[in-house]
Design a protein around this ligand. Structure first.
Ligand SMILES: C[S@@+](CC[C@H](N)C(=O)[O-])C[C@H]1O[C@@H](n2cnc3c(N)ncnc32)[C@H](O)[C@@H]1O
Length: 376
């Protein structure tokens, strides 16, 4: 069961082990103040949308639509909503690690205000993702387009933030080797996933689909990362984070939602380490210099390298450079020079003879990388 922490207790206990994988009960702005600076890797925020519903809504058969009319979604004015948004986003920015990212989901009612405040606070927008719903609610009055999507803004802490997590290669491989696009198609949360009480009533009016959270988490975090959700609701972020081997911290002010979220998370079986390994591409592999091959004895000074068709050759020098035709340089520079080109990938151009055939020196780099991976 996820621990539930009253905010008063938390104020004296800011060590991560006291709030990790817990739900903090209270107002998120106050709760965030009790968390240490730069302590979370990612934030997923599903704030009140300030839906501004004017009265009750009925279907054509006069049945009542179960709309979001909860007190927590109501604000006296746009100014009040903006002030609240600024306060929680500022508090989030302080607890986010410098290379962390934030996701905020919203609808046309609030997402433009949220986006502009994010920019005012120096966050740097990376994408806006359109969640297109396969099964949206109809527009009952027939006076507007059917509202069939929500928007998620994904942002880094600032424009210069380096090294934020984006599992580009894994996303592409999982998408039939096609780049993942910014429009995502998912159904709204329904069926057995939707939490219901004993009377069959929805436990939470805006429970988000787990598939949506899974893509958010898989795309922008690593196993073991800490994900903060300041508007935890029914605990979708916590349930998916636990299944995917990530840590979470949730903040929620309504006890009923906290109880439902805690029970939901307790029932989740985390996936194993092997299933959670994130596929990475060449860019994520550790840099290995050609000299490392010389130092490791995989190639030796005086050895001759050639191209795949033995048209060009060069000699390896003890300092890890190559020499040919009175010129010397890196594997890349000399590869370009002998061919009369501006650039060349020396790792794939130069080959060594292993006694049976010519092989690219890139294969020897892989040997080093495999050794490095064993040290992890
Ligand atoms: C849009 S819902 C989040 C739903 C959630 N993503 C889920 O899948 O269940 C927003 C939640 O924020 C909570 N909330 C609203 N204002 C809050 C505040 N100031 N501090 C903490 N929680 C708040 C509400 O009680 C509500 O459960």
């Amino acid at each position: 069961m996820a621990a539930v922490l009253p905010l008063a207790d938390l104020k004296q206990q800011v060590r991560p082990d006291t709030w990790l994988n817990s739900i903090i009960k209270g107002d998120c702005v106050a709760a965030l103040e009790a968390l240490p600076d730069h302590s979370v890797d990612a934030i997923f925020a599903d704030p009140p949308y300030n839906l501004q519903l004017g009265g009750t809504l009925h279907r054509p058969d006069q049945s009542l639509v179960d709309a979001v009319d909860d007190e927590w979604d109501q604000f006296a004015s746009f100014e009040a909503y903006d002030a609240f948004t600024r306060a929680w986003l500022l508090a989030c920015r302080r607890v986010l690690k410098p290379n962390g990212t934030i996701w905020v989901i919203g609808s046309y009612h609030n997402i433009f205000r949220v986006g502009s405040i994010l920019q005012d606070l120096n966050f740097w927008l990376l994408n806006d993702i359109v969640w297109r719903k396969t099964n949206p609610m109809p527009n009952f009055k027939g006076r507007r387009f059917q509202n069939a999507h929500e928007t998620m803004i994904w942002a880094s802490r600032d424009a210069k933030a380096k090294g934020y997590t984006f599992n580009y290669d894994a996303l592409k491989a999982s998408n039939d080797d096609v780049q993942m696009r910014s429009d995502w198609l998912f159904p709204i949360c329904s069926g057995s996933e939707r939490l219901k009480d004993q009377d069959g009533k929805k436990v939470h009016p805006t429970q988000k689909p787990e598939a949506l959270l899974a893509r958010v988490i898989m795309s922008s975090t690593k196993p073991g990362d800490i994900i903060l959700d300041p508007f935890f609701g029914s605990g979708t972020t916590g349930a998916v984070a636990r299944r995917l081997g990530r840590n979470f911290v949730g903040i929620e002010r309504e006890q009923d939602y906290i109880d439902a979220a805690a029970a939901r998370i307790a029932a989740v079986e985390p996936l194993g380490k092997a299933e959670l390994t994130v596929m990475t591409g060449k860019k994520a592999e550790p840099r290995v210099a050609f000299n490392t091959l010389v130092e490791a004895g995989l190639v030796r000074p005086g050895q001759v390298l050639t191209d795949a068709r033995r048209r060009f050759s060069a000699v390896i020098r003890a300092d890890g450079t190559l020499a040919a035709n009175g010129e010397a340089g890196s594997i890349h520079r000399l590869g370009a020079k002998v061919q009369g080109l501006d650039a060349c990938n020396g790792w794939t151009f130069w080959h060594f003879d292993d006694g049976q055939s010519l092989k690219p020196i890139d294969e020897l780099r892989t040997v080093i990388r495999n050794d490095l991976a064993k040290l992890d």
